[in-house]
Design a binder for this molecule. Structure first.
Ligand code: UD1
Length: 424
């Protein structure tokens, strides 16, 4: 992981050009976990080159899988699974590793992992995951910071109602239910496109899942999954971040390889601010933003199809120079405004109280030294730095690289003056 680097941005350049959107990290991670359920080789195309994906491949290797990458394609051979424990260092490295719980349990009947602690954006408990797996027959012991999960009588179908439509819990239940005995129902399931992608992929591999993308998902357990291949959906959050980057510089952008229908939660907010957005066929979006933007009406982060919490930070950066007062209410994570104090260094006028962030748009930002402390908040600093006059230096690049494939190259290709340098 690159924690000795910084991004240097000479801001104020209008962005103009075309970016091909990378595959979705949040889809690729559960898909790699799904490969554990397959007796043989799974092939995933459009797999982004990110440190979090590397961490997943390392987990797969620890479990006994053979994992190799060729360009954007990752192949996992899970013919032989020899382990059921995920090493503590990998759990710590990526909190999302908990997504392996359902698949390892489903395949081997046992899984041991260290308890995922809090992270940069909030406490992120996994009580919903554990309660669902217990309803499916798992016996889970929590001791000395470890979770030991066993299935003395195998996993069985269950009728599970989530008190919150958690993305990770829905994914873990899906993964555990695919090879379980009988039918599992998930009520109040998450409806994110990444859930649909996971279900589509599992069905290709031989699973029997219906209702993904709706609030009730039905999974009829099957005996085994067979080798197949799948293409990861485009990353809607990365697409949204680049749209904010172009918009804040009053630029013009064509995004290719994206899925406009996945972005209905935030495109209307851009339009309301005065950005012109035209989705057109073949997975493309054209955007232009010629004048100073206006603050949108209050934005509340919500589960899909609402405004995604993951683009909240880039949008707050965008609103820092919009005319008027913008208000963001963060309803998903409790600690997702950590980037705000850094935006203030650039001259933004932003106040946070609890889960509400109020931004008084300023006419201009000016470059400063900033520190990224989490993934999307880090991307927001890049967005703001692109608009700031003078030089902005961002450390904590390793956080940004968890989710953005060579962000500096993408932005440079559309006219940004940005480079990555190593600290000496
Ligand atoms: C996933 C995404 C993340 C995104 C989030 C919400 C991945 C790898 N990450 O995270 O980028 O921001 O969805 O769209 O796909 N909760 C509980 N108990 C649980 C599970 C969740 O209280 O057992 C709470 C969380 O603390 C949080 C909220 O529910 O406040 C949403 O979490 P969840 O939907 O599970 O998000 P993740 O799957 O962790």
């Amino acid at each position: 992981m690159d924690n000795q680097a910084r991004l240097i941005i000479n801001g104020g350049k209008r962005l103009e050009g075309e970016i091909c959107v990378q595959g979705s990290k949040n889809s690729a991670l559960p898909l790699l976990s799904a490969s554990v359920l397959v007796h043989g080789e799974s092939t995933f195309h459009n797999c982004p080159k990110l440190s979090d994906i590397d961490a997943s491949c390392r987990i797969l290797a620890c479990l006994g899988c053979k994992c190799k990458r060729s360009g954007d394609t990752v192949t996992v051979d899970a013919g032989q699974i020899s382990e059921y424990e995920i090493p503590d260092c990998l759990m710590r490295r990526m909190r999302g590793s908990v997504i392996f719980l359902g698949s390892v349990l489903g395949r081997t009947g046992r899984c041991r992992l260290s308890f995922p602690g809090g992270c940069e954006i909030g406490s992120r408990p996994i009580d919903l995951h554990l309660s669902a797996l217990r309803q499916m027959g798992a016996v889970i012991t929590e001791e000395h910071g470890y979770l030991d999960c066993e299935t003395p009588a195998g996993l069985h179908g269950a009728k599970i109602t989530l008190s919150f439509s958690s993305v990770g819990a829905t994914e873990n239940i899906l993964l555990a239910a695919v090879l379980a005995n009988g039918v599992t129902e998930i009520h109040n399931a998450a409806r994110e496109p990444e859930i649909v992608d996971l279900a589509d992929c599992l069905n290709k591999f031989g699973a029997k899942i219906s209702g993904a993308g709706e609030s009730t998902i039905y999974i009829e357990g099957v005996q085994r999954l067979e080798p197949n291949e799948h293409t990861v959906i485009p990353d809607r959050i990365v697409a949204g971040t680049y749209m904010c980057a172009a918009a804040i510089t009053r630029g013009e952008l064509i995004l290719t390889h994206c899925e406009p229908s996945h972005m209905n939660g935030f495109i209307p907010v851009l339009e309301q601010m005065g950005v012109r957005v035209y989705p057109y066929g073949g997975g493309k979006i054209y955007l232009n933003s010629r004048k100073r933007l206006a603050a949108p009406s209050t934005v509340r982060t919500m589960p899909y199809p609402g405004f995604p919490t993951d683009v909240q930070a880039p949008f707050t950066a965008l609103c820092s120079t919009a005319e008027g007062t913008s208000v963001f209410v963060e309803t998903i994570f409790e600690n997702r405004f950590r980037h705000v104090s850094e935006l203030v260094r650039l001259g933004a006028s932003v106040k946070v109280e609890g889960n509400v962030c109020v931004i008084e748009g300023v006419k201009k930002l000016s470059g400063a030294k900033l520190c990224a402390s989490e993934l999307r908040g880090g991307a927001a600093l890049v967005v703001a730095g692109l608009a700031a006059e003078g030089v902005t230096e961002i450390t904590g690049v390793n956080y940004i690289e968890r989710g953005y494939e060579t962000i500096e190259n993408e932005l440079r290709s559309i006219g940004a003056d940005i480079k990555k340098v190593q600290l000496v």
